[in-house]
Design a protein around this ligand. Structure first.
Ligand SMILES: [Zn+2]
Length: 179
């Protein structure tokens, strides 16, 4: 029994307890089990290039990991601040507190919203981000959506949002499946 005979799958994503695992799937056969066979910094250390091997079909492919450029958020006051996914996570967590959502949903939401915000950058208004959050929450959980909307609304007095919210509340009542 030598330790190097122990097979363990490569965990390049830094998986640990309580984290959601996102496998990089094979672009050829879509198998989820791929391994990193080489990893090196490129572009003056601004990116990491990884060679990956699909365990199912032996296809080799390359992925690049880069940090996102800093996106700035324009607040209603006109002030600019760096977009902070952690702040977004906090907002989503409190909106979803106690709601029956699948573990990892918040991470996934943060990732989705962040990737959208980044494509809209380099400067995005806080209103636009609020809308993105609302769109995502609406699909996931109506209660969390309403909670977030009420916070969002308080920062957006005078918008057409109030009317929209009232409409949604009516719809929610008629769609409520609970007896
Ligand atoms: Zn494959």
């Amino acid at each position: 029994m030598t330790p190097d005979r122990v097979t363990r799958s490569d965990q390049p994503n830094g998986d640990g307890p309580g984290t959601v695992r996102f496998a990089m799937q094979c672009p050829l056969c879509q198998a989820a089990d791929t391994r990193v066979i080489d990893s090196r910094p490129v572009d003056s250390n601004s990116a990491i290039r990884r060679r990956r091997l699909c365990v199912a079909c032996d296809h080799r492919f390359t992925t690049y990991e880069r940090s996102n450029p800093v996106t700035m958020v324009r607040k209603r006051s006109g002030r600019l601040e760096a977009f902070q996914p952690d702040k977004l996570r906090t907002g989503l967590s409190s909106a979803l507190a106690g709601r029956p959502v699948v573990e990892g949903s918040i991470d996934l939401l943060v990732e989705r919203i962040e990737s959208e915000v980044v494509t809209l950058g380099p400067v995005v208004s806080s209103d636009v981000i609020g809308r993105l959050v609302l769109d995502q929450l609406r699909q996931l959980d109506e209660v969390a959506y309403l909670r977030f909307a009420s916070v969002y609304k308080s920062f957006n007095a005078g918008s057409d949002f109030e009317r929209e919210l009232a409409e949604l509340e009516n719809q929610t009542e008629s769609l409520d499946p609970t007896p």
